[in-house]
Write a protein that binds this ligand. Structure first.
Ligand code: PLP
Length: 395
């Protein structure tokens, strides 16, 4: 069988391999506590589900416009205007099945072969994969534990070349929970304006924030016309399986992204878009309660991890991940790297985590080892999981 050569450039989301291993072990009857899954463990709020059922009963079951239902685009425009402090019109909004397609479409719409794309590393693996797929050159920007997993903006500046086309940002961040500070955003915005670069700002965790206010780079001078905001419903409203997200971008770009959608999925599921209107305009207390619970779990898991020999964990301000440094634990156990620790924890401890390398290859000179925990699981599971890890690591 002969396949197109471009497939060789497509990466994978490594996390799914660990998830497959976990599922297999569970099917064999093993009692695994999983910190591997990056999705809220809460149910979608009832008002959103009801709006969807009503929409089906009202027969909103036909094709819709590629860019999304006008009423939803209006609603999203108003929501983004309010939460980011910018003016947004409906023709700058494109609705997609999940936030993820925005990454795929934006890179296809902006990156020519040979163009360079700066992206956070460790980071969501799709940025690098899709950049490679279109023949672009992914250029990793290290996130630094010493900077609470933000980046060094001077170093970022040094990576810009005449071929740089796009900077991808993600704050709050997967896998570290780190955030870009307002000063970082200001420095990056100045570079983007000076070098005439696009910025894809992945703000999918913008509502999973434990203190302070969310800041979007799109609100800084000169940025709205060069920023694509990625956001969606998966994390904020516990709607991962619904597949619903969106991008906010200059209308000329939105027209091209809509054309890509026409060539691909035609449109996003129609009745789900009615539920999305309810999600954004209805009561927000379920989200607030979810974030409160995540905060309590964050405190529990960070304290617990810091009490395990050889683990050292920062206290992140957003998302539902922690990214402890496990270098010393690996050394104590005679393990070569975090991947070996992940395997040990899974097979001896019945605890699933993801190794650092699920989020990109190590940066040049990176010597430390990390694993990612998602604490989108119950407090009981967190307590039991930490107990199991301690037993394996400190035996
Ligand atoms: N961006 C980041 C950083 C993510 O972690 C995820 C999901 O894990 C997404 C985008 C995609 O979200 P969605 O499920 O809405 O496609």
């Amino acid at each position: 069988m002969k396949f197109a050569k471009r497939l060789n450039f497509l990466g994978i989301e490594n996390a799914f391999e660990v998830l497959a291993e976990v599922t297999k072990l569970k099917a064999q009857g093993r009692d695994i506590i999983s910190f591997a899954i990056g999705e809220p463990d809460f149910d979608t709020p009832a008002n959103i589900k009801e709006a969807c059922i009503k929409a089906i009963q009202a027969n909103h079951t036909h094709y819709g416009p590629s860019a999304g239902l006008p009423a939803l685009r209006e609603t999203i425009a108003a929501y983004i205007a309010k939460t980011r402090g910018i003016s947004v019109s409906a023709d700058e909004v494109v609705v997609t099945p999940g936030g993820k397609p925005i990454i795929y479409y934006i890179i296809h719409a902006l990156v020519d072969p040979g163009d360079e794309v700066l992206y956070p590393n460790p980071g969501f693996p799709i940025y690098e994969s899709v950049t490679n797929f279109v023949g672009g050159k992914p250029v990793p920007v290290p996130l630094l534990e010493a900077k609470e997993f933000s980046l060094d903006t001077d170093y970022l500046r040094s990576l810009i070349t005449p071929k740089t086309k796009l900077i991808i940002l993600n704050s709050p961040q997967n896998p570290t929970g780190g955030m870009l500070t307002p000063a970082d955003l200001k420095a990056i915005a100045a570079m983007a304006v000076e070098h005439d670069l696009w910025v894809l700002s992945d703000e999918i965790y913008s509502r999973v924030l434990y203190s302070g206010e969310f800041h979007s780079i799109s609100a800084l001078p000169g940025m709205k016309e060069r920023t694509i905001i990625l956001d969606g419903f998966s994390k904020t409203y516990a709607m991962t399986g619904w597949r619903l997200g969106y991008g906010v971008m200059p209308s000329a770009l939105a027209t091209w992204v809509s054309r890509l959608i026409t060539n691909n999925e035609s449109c996003t599921n129609t009745f789900i878009q009615y539920a999305a209107i309810e999600a954004l305009t209805g009561p927000q207390d379920a989200t607030a309660a979810m974030v409160r619970e995540f905060k309590a779990r964050r405190d529990l898991i960070v304290d617990g991890l810091n009490s395990i020999k050889g683990f050292s964990c920062k206290l992140p301000n957003g998302a539902f991940y922690v990214f402890p440094n496990v270098t010393q634990a690996c050394r104590n156990l005679g393990l070569p790297d975090a991947k070996a620790l992940q395997q040990l924890l899974l097979h001896e401890g019945n605890v699933a985590v993801l190794p650092r390398t699920s989020f990109g290859v190590k940066n040049i000179g990176e010597t430390e080892e990390y694993v990612r925990f998602s604490y989108a699981t119950s407090r009981e599971n967190i307590i039991e999981g930490l107990k199991r890890i301690k037993a394996v690591v400190e035996k």
